[in-house]
Design a binder for this molecule. Sequence first.
Ligand code: ZN
Length: 582
Amino acid sequence: MSYQVFARKYRPQTFDELVGQAHVTRTLKNAVEQNRLAHAYLFVGPRGIGKTSTARILAKALNCIHGPTVSPCGVCDSCKEIAGGNSLDVLEIDGASNNGVEQVRELRDNVRYAPSKGHFKIYIIDEVHMLTSAAFNALLKTLEEPPAHVKFIFATTEPQKVLPTILSRCQRFDLHRIPANLIADHLQYIARNEKVTLEPAAAHAIAKGADGGLRDAESMLDQLVAFCGERIAEEDVLSVFGFTSEQMVASFTDSILRGATAEALNLLHKEAENGKDMMKLMSDLIAYLRDLLVFKVKPDAVAEDLNPELQQALVSQAGAIETDRLLELIDQFASAEGRMKWAPNKRLHFEVAVIKAIQTLEQVTLNEVIENLSALRDGKAPQTLPGKTVMTPVSPAAARVNEPIHAPGASQKPLSKAPAARAIEKAIAHETTAAPSASTGGSDPAWPPIDAEALWQKAVDQIRARRPFIKGWIDSAKVLGQEGRSFLLGFPAEQKTAMDSIATPRNREFLESLLKEISGRDWTLKFSLKEGLKVEAPKHDEERPSDGAPAKADKKNEAAMAFKDDPLIREALEIFKGEIKP
Ligand SMILES: [Zn+2]
């Protein structure tokens, strides 16, 4: 048998062999099974994903001597003729090659004659949007009142260019670009049949390069078999088609996110020296960042396209960068791509873009400043500073392509902290060290049990007088008792804010010194959240109804004074040259 290209040899012959279009085949099979056939079908989708194949399978399903059937036999005359493209009852017209006027006219003349062998006369018109308006009009006449034995199957990559009058007479099916993992599986199937060893990474590189088109992927495999023989490695795919390894792009992104400028530039230089097209690399980088963005927002949306080996890298990178920063990064690289297009020295522009991106990542965003300030107020460590998150390195198996950079043991240092972030952290570190943290616990003969409730009640009275503005939080607390030298306070689970506010170093210090003042002993406060904890309404002398409005006004005033006296507030007022207005 003479040589056939893979795309032809492995052209699907049944609905079940179609790759990645289950949503279309299911509907078509049901239609055939239930004999609910439309007069005209329109298959829409990018090139090379199986529109014509689907059309031919449908034609066979309709015209097989056992048909209409969902599983055409493939051996009867009709099936064989359709597969071979020489059936008298199935006419294929290519709208792109000759605009079809002649053929459509002929079609119109012949359409009334009954089919010679099959059950239907079937017209398959590929790239139907390319037909001239004369051809369209000729077609429309037939479409308006088609004889019962005629079926039309149209295919197009650009449905918006098809006349609405035609669109409205068709049942439309949108075929999808095929996920990379499905294409890779299909390539492996072909490789097994052809007794060729295809590395998984190679299959994935081809699939990625084909961008959802199965036919392109098959042609690439064809070419690779001719080039490499029986064994195809990822490097072969990359060198034959000038692709960049996904692993390289992942590592490259990794180094940018970590702020490792030298490493990122090294990777870039290596690619340039290997003769890689800088424009292609840039678009790969942007595509990768886009995947990362989509992955952050909806992880399962990209799962089918991802090389399983790289998923781990993506997970850790997604955790290391905020969505708005990622958007900014994509934006920056996209405009760099625009500049590169016309620049004689593309590599220079690429380098500048990388350096700029890393600088941007190190700058603190306004959001982060606000978040960190409020964390500082609550006494918590700032959480979302750039570089706070340490990424796990790309898995060693996946990193093999770039061994020198990802040598095992080379620890990935976190991003150097931005100046503002450092300042905030320093301020917090200072406060934390001032807070006592050691707690003894257990029973201690020198620490006889006390009436914790009574002690706390006294403390609360003092708090009301001295720090009225933390009283609201104190009201949510309940004494849980004593544990050695620790004084235990519980908060209802929904009052976490109150607990966090009381647990700030300043407030803790104040409360502990207050307890010492009253009881004469050094206490360590311990806070905990308790599910379902009931806190009785606090007994407050001033809140007796008889006190009335004046007392309330007094209290407000008192609170305002205390607020002004708070050292943190005073400091803030000094820094910002501000004043407090009621
Ligand atoms: Zn048949």
